[in-house]
Design a protein around this ligand. Structure first.
Ligand SMILES: Cc1cc2nc3c(=O)[nH]c(=O)nc-3n(C[C@H](O)[C@H](O)[C@H](O)COP(=O)(O)OP(=O)(O)OC[C@H]3O[C@@H](n4cnc5c(N)ncnc54)[C@H](O)[C@@H]3O)c2cc1C
Length: 441
């Protein structure tokens, strides 16, 4: 069964014009439109399938500062505050709670890395507790094991991927924006080199500003405009178990398996970082740029199948805007989970916490995690096409920082003081090689 996700209604009709059109109804596009609408900007959000049906409902739900790359940490910190406010602003529950994230380890090198990150985090005012063996064993007592150490980040938390982004999308409409599902953006209209409209499958919207927040589809869309955006996606598999396992931590990472409590009382279980690399034409195109990334993560990666090729999101083909495009042929990117890994994940979870033996697997799914070569998202106006902003490549961290990213993009568009420094995210940095600069975590 695919990842659980609530359904929301779309706005009744597509506007003929809007100040801003946001393409992509994942966490990034939704929060961009949310913060624009709340400022009174007329904004239309286009989603080719269902809001949050791709990565933004398929993730663990971690909203973390812990172990964040220095370039992303300020956005992670601000996002946690924003997550807290969304529930008040919308009057709906996103499942967000600052439950703290617990990491346990038996590996001295891993522990040393976490301690090093703690030292850095202190310099920017972020608190995390490095745990002694005794403290880690106490916090991890549900496992019934002795641990060499760990870390606990008390101000981090989780939100519920099955409802958080749809809730924010309803917030867009409540603030005066519009949301259009089953409505793919096929391309842009340009006048004198700058954005003048978006061509959708249901008609054209006149606008001067477009945000491309299409997740794993962003590079192929950019390719239509002659923009080279190096992006690659890997397939991660994850499962959920039914409610019934009690007395366990809300969010726990170990090298063998990680778990996250969900709003319904069930748990999501996964093996951190483990993924399949499905070859696609786009992967081959950008393979050189991704050597450092794959070299750093190779222990967790395994060769995949032609699953990715079939999905069409990483095609290099050019399409016509007056005909059906790959985005309409594949409304929801729903790759097959790696069932061997699903079984292994559940087995490891039961070994670590026998309480899981009492509950059955309720859902198993996979998601394509889109990444940039340096593991930091590309956010900002694209050189050469005034009015066209890119916001993609969230590299496995986008759910937690979605609110901060959306707020920052809204700041850029409205000319407000950005909530965080946007410079580390400039898409232009990817024109020069990312060798040696890959994000640590
Ligand atoms: C298994 C897994 C675990 C993860 N765990 C975490 C975690 O714990 N914490 C965390 O912070 N992150 C996590 N992530 C990463 C996180 O989910 C992503 O970084 C984030 O959701 C990306 O959001 P997005 O809006 O960029 O893309 P998406 O959520 O993929 O949304 C993009 C949307 O754009 C739409 N679209 C594309 N092209 C078009 C078009 N032309 N017209 C209209 N619509 C279009 C797509 O249909 C899609 O709905 C995880 C990801 C996975 C798969």
């Amino acid at each position: 069964m695919p990842a659980p996700l609530i359904y929301i209604d779309s706005s009744p009709s597509l506007p003929r014009e809007a100040d801003v059109v946001v393409i992509g109804g994942g966490v990034v596009g939704v929060f961009t439109a949310y913060y624009l609408a709340r400022r009174g900007v007329s904004v239309a959000l286009l989603e080719k399938g269902r809001v949050a049906a791709e990565q933004s409902s398929r993730n663990w739900g971690w909203c973390r500062q812990q172990n964040r790359d220095a370039r992303e940490l300020p956005m992670a910190t601000r996002s946690l505050d924003l997550w807290e406010k969304v529930a008040q602003e919308t009057g709906e529950d996103t499942g967000f709670r600052r439950c703290g994230l617990l990491y346990l380890s038996q590996d001295e090198n891993e522990l040393a890395g976490w301690a090093k990150w703690r030292d850095f985090a202190r310099t920017v005012g972020v608190t995390t507790h490095v745990l002694s063996a005794q403290e880690a064993t106490e916090r991890g007592k549900a496992t019934g094991r002795k641990w060499k150490g760990g870390v606990f980040s008390p101000t981090d938390g989780t939100a519920d991927p099955s409802k958080a982004v749809p809730v924010a999308a309803r917030g867009i409409m409540a603030a005066g924006g519009t949301v259009h599902q089953n409505c793919a953006a096929r391309g842009l209209e340009l006048s004198a080199g700058r954005v003048s409209g978006v061509v959708t499958e249901a008609g054209t919207i006149r606008t001067t500003t477009v945000v491309m927040a299409g997740g794993a589809w962003a590079s192929s869309f950019c390719n239509q405009l002659g923009i080279r955006f190096p992006q690659a996606a890997v397939r991660q598999s994850i499962l959920a178990v039914a409610p019934g396992a009690e007395g366990l931590p809300d969010a726990l990472h170990t090298a063998r398996v990680s778990l996250t409590r969900r709003s319904n009382g069930g748990y999501a279980l996964a093996i951190s970082g483990r993924a399949r690399v499905d070859p696609t034409p786009q992967q081959l195109r950008f393979s050189r740029e991704f050597v450092p990334m794959f070299a750093r993560r190779w222990r967790s990666l395994a060769p995949g199948a032609f699953e990715g090729w079939r999905q069409g999101h990483e095609s290099l083909m050019k399409w016509a805007v007056d005909d059906v495009t790959p985005m309409e042929r594949n409304r929801i990117l729903d790759p097959k989970p790696d069932m061997r890994q699903i079984r292994l994940t559940y087995q490891r979870a039961c070994e670590l916490l026998p309480e899981f033996q009492r509950v059955a697997i309720s859902h198993a799914w996979a998601g394509y995690v889109d990444s940039t070569p340096d593991g930091v998202p590309a956010i900002g106006e694209v050189e050469g096409i005034p009015g066209f902003l890119l916001a993609a490549g969230f590299s496995g961290h986008g759910f937690g920082i979605g609110p901060g990213a959306g707020h920052m993009i809204a700041d850029i568009i409205t000319g407000s003081e950005p909530i965080v420094d946007p410079r580390p995210y400039r898409p232009e940095r990817l024109k020069t090689a990312a060798w040696g600069k890959v994000a640590e975590f």
